[in-house]
Design a protein around this ligand. Structure first.
Ligand code: DUC
Ligand code: ZN
Ligand code: ZN
Length: 468
């Protein structure tokens, strides 16, 4: 099957280009200057007129949690529902976090993730590995996993007793990463101090959802980020900070990068748009929908402005969602009496490309930077480039046709995530995904899903290409 996409504006990390794109089977066969395909007499089974549309590389969401066990329940999206929602939003690859639970071995955790994802994903997928217990066995497993294409590992400085690693464990994992080429992804919040604050709040009777944010101050994200950077420098390992939310943390990343160190960070749409007061602080139990860690930050400090600036200056390398959806009913409700029992997570896999395009419309980001932070850098950072993240001959035919002028409103009534609410309810967006190709197969056609659960394949990743 050959598909020729004509008359569109191809947007890549290098800018906007008037080009035609030929897909042949699962790959991009050629990119022509406007009219070049016609002049060359290229024949195609399908010709798509993309006049007035952007033609983008498929989005890569490098931080998702499908069917993740947490606080006595599981995140609500399966690999099937979550990847279909992703496709609706112009994302054609996810990297999900397989989990080694505390007290368990690494391998069974990974095998469980393969079982869940195999045959159910609508788009391609890969895994990072969460290390919930760094010991000699886990360190040895790291080398094997890197050889098998699991080339990044997440450690937690938060959640004592669940996923938490102490500084010694972190240092040892970083030393292992320095020797095997893996990238350490860090959840940087001081969980020991947070647990003290949370316990004190509960003892005072401060149990509403907003206390989740009040007991996780941004300083403790800044402190943990600084400590993680120092440990990485001692180990001689590169470091990637996940879901950076606080200006204090960004400052430490910026200083390290200014000194020339291989320190990188992602942020998430919720930290660019939502706040502690306006969302986590909604009346009654409504704020539970916005409980995630790190928490939404206060609107009284310029966290959001600084994060947008960080995206422009490349102190923040990319945007992922930390998609971790829990319904209000039976899930968030577990913490109605005590904010500590609210499952942590916000769903947003479907809206990342739109919310960041809105940033372009609002003058926060350039068009090229939109694609770079959502598609190209994730591929480079996590060893998928140039198979993914670019429109170029030989790359996978993951292509999004995006209408930059369409307007729509995000809502639980029209989203495709398995969620009974939307953290993005009422957000007006300029720009909309029109059609999506995942490895050459059309999966979204004018807003309708026409793909197949099981089309997605596991992607064995190479080492991070952050230096390329
Ligand atoms: N943060 C969340 O909000 N959910 C899952 C795990 C995490 O680190
Ligand atoms: Zn995390
Ligand atoms: Zn996460």
């Amino acid at each position: 099957m050959r598909t020729l996409i004509t008359n569109g504006t191809v947007v890549t990390a290098t800018g906007a280009h008037e080009q035609d794109v030929l897909l042949d089977g699962q790959t991009i066969a050629a990119v022509f200057t406007r009219g070049g395909a016609e002049a060359a007499g290229v024949a195609a089974d399908e010709v798509v007129d993309a006049t007035g549309r952007y033609v983008l590389p498929g989005g890569i969401d490098a931080h998702t949690h499908m069917e993740m066990p947490f606080g006595g329940t599981h995140s609500a999206d399966t690999f099937e529902t979550g990847t279909i929602a992703a496709a609706h939003g112009g994302t054609t690859t996810i990297i999900d976090f397989a989990i080694q639970a505390a007290g368990q071995q690494v391998r069974p955790g990974l095998e469980r993730w393969f079982e869940k994802a195999e045959g159910t994903c609508a788009i391609d997928y890969s895994f990072h590995m969460i290390l919930g217990g760094v010991d000699d066995a886990a360190l040895k497993e790291m080398d094997g996993l890197v050889a098998e294409g699991i080339t990044s590992f997440k450690l937690f400085m938060a959640y004592p007793g669940v996923f938490y690693s102490d500084d010694g464990q972190i240092l040892r994992a970083m030393q292992q990463a320095a020797s095997n080429g893996a990238l350490i992804c860090m959840h940087a919040e001081n969980g020991i101090a947070i647990d003290v604050l949370a316990e004190q709040a509960a003892a005072r009777g401060d149990t509403d959802p907003i206390n989740h944010g009040l007991t996780r101050p941004s300083r403790l994200e800044g402190e943990a980020t600084h400590r993680a950077i120092q440990l990485a420098l001692v180990a001689g390992a590169p470091l990637y900070i996940v879901h950076l939310s606080a200006q204090e943390a960004l400052e430490h990343v910026a200083v390290a990068r200014g000194e020339g160190h291989n320190v990188f960070a992602e942020t998430c749409p919720q930290y660019l748009y939502l706040t502690l007061e306006d969302h986590l602080g909604k009346p009654g139990f409504e704020g539970a929908a916005y409980v995630a860690s790190p928490p939404l930050r206060t609107r009284d400090e310029p966290h959001r402005e600084n994060l947008w600036r960080g995206l422009r200056t490349n102190d923040l390398s990319m945007v992922a969602t930390d998609h971790c959806p829990f319904c209000m009913k039976d899930q968030k409700e577990l913490g109605r009496e005590d904010f500590r029992a609210i499952p942590n997570g916000i769903g947003g896999i479907e809206h990342r490309m739109d919310l960041l395009h809105q940033g372009v419309v609002d003058g926060q980001l350039s068009l090229a930077r939109w694609v770079e932070t959502c598609c190209t850098t994730p591929a480079r950072m996590f060893g998928l480039y140039p198979q993914k993240g670019v429109i170029a001959p030989g790359s996978d035919a993951d292509v999004v046709i995006y209408d930059p002028t369409a307007r729509h409103t995000l809502s639980v009534d029209n989203h495709h995530m398995a969620l009974d609410h939307s953290a993005w309810e009422g957000f007006d967006i300029t720009g909309a995904v029109e059609s999506v190709y995942a490895r050459g197969r059309k999966v979204i056609d004018h807003g309708s899903f026409v793909g197949r659960a099981g089309h997605g394949r596991f992607l064995k990743r190479g080492l991070s290409q952050y230096l390329q």
